[in-house]
Design a protein around this ligand. Structure first.
Ligand code: FES
Length: 252
């Protein structure tokens, strides 16, 4: 009976921890789950260390003192179980926030596209077949936010690039971080319209929404939604379409 009550208390506390932390990521969920198990294990341990209620115990002069010791032991174990769940919940919440931070960059709706000197990128100054490393204004040099702009004649782009909005007036902007292990893409082959990763030779189709064509990368390059302002400057309309860089452990 004592064990059942302790285990139920730990489980309910764990559920409350889940609800309070709002854990959504796999790691945070696993951590919270491990804390649930830790709490239940502590509750079970407190039961093992104390005799069952139906056990026959001989009276002795130390009887009352021993029962107090058992009571304190149970309380201690229960408190430890709740603490474990609480600590796990807090840690899960922190991990959850960190994972969320990994999914976002400095690009936002209305942020201007600039080059590595911080100068605005004007579409008419970029020739066909050219590429340019770009950043959000105010975040030049940011690794996560860096993008690679590709300009080609509109009729070279695949229908998906046009329909999705990834291409605007012959320009497409992708995350510059390879989706295999996060190396920086540096080489553009104009003949095929592909971006190459120097680390393990992943190839991405810049004319077809960054599709992974060959090599170890399985995920397409995230692309940046943007618009062309009246004066020809480029302005983002949101963040990259997906988390940049290497894939997380639950997906390729
Ligand atoms: S990091 Fe780009 S192919 Fe491995």
């Amino acid at each position: 009976m004592g064990f059942a009550v302790s285990a139920c208390a730990a489980f309910v506390a764990a559920l409350v921890g889940f609800a309070v932390t709002g854990a959504t990521s796999v790691v945070a969920g696993l951590l919270a789950l491990s804390m649930i198990l830790a709490g239940v294990t502590l509750a079970a341990w407190s039961h093992v260390l104390s005799p069952t209620e139906s056990a026959v115990e001989e009276r002795s002069q130390h009887g009352p003192r021993q029962s107090r010791r058992q009571m304190f032991l149970r309380f201690g174990m229960g408190a430890a179980a709740l603490t474990a769940v609480g600590v796990g919940g807090c840690a899960a919440q922190r991990i959850d926030r960190s994972v969320a931070a990994l999914r976002t960059t400095r690009w936002r709706d209305g942020v201007e596209v600039v080059d590595s000197d911080g100068e605005p990128v004007v579409i008419d100054r970029i020739g066909d077949g050219e590429t340019l490393t770009v950043y959000p204004r105010g975040a030049v040099g940011s690794i996560d936010s860096q993008g690679i702009l590709v300009r080609e004649p509109i009729d070279r782009f695949a229908p998906d690039a046009i329909e999705s909005g990834a291409m605007v007036d012959g320009v497409a902007i992708f995350s510059k971080l390879c989706t295999h292990m996060g190396c920086s893409l540096g080489l553009y082959q104009q003949g095929t319209g592909t971006l190459l990763c120097p680390c393990h030779q992943a190839v991405f189709d810049a004319l077809d929404v960054g599709r992974a064509v060959s090599g170890p990368a399985r995920r397409a390059l995230p692309w940046l939604p943007f618009r062309r302002a009246d004066d020809g400057r480029l302005v983002a309309t949101g963040d990259f379409t997906d988390a940049v860089g290497a894939g997380f452990w639950w997906r390729p």
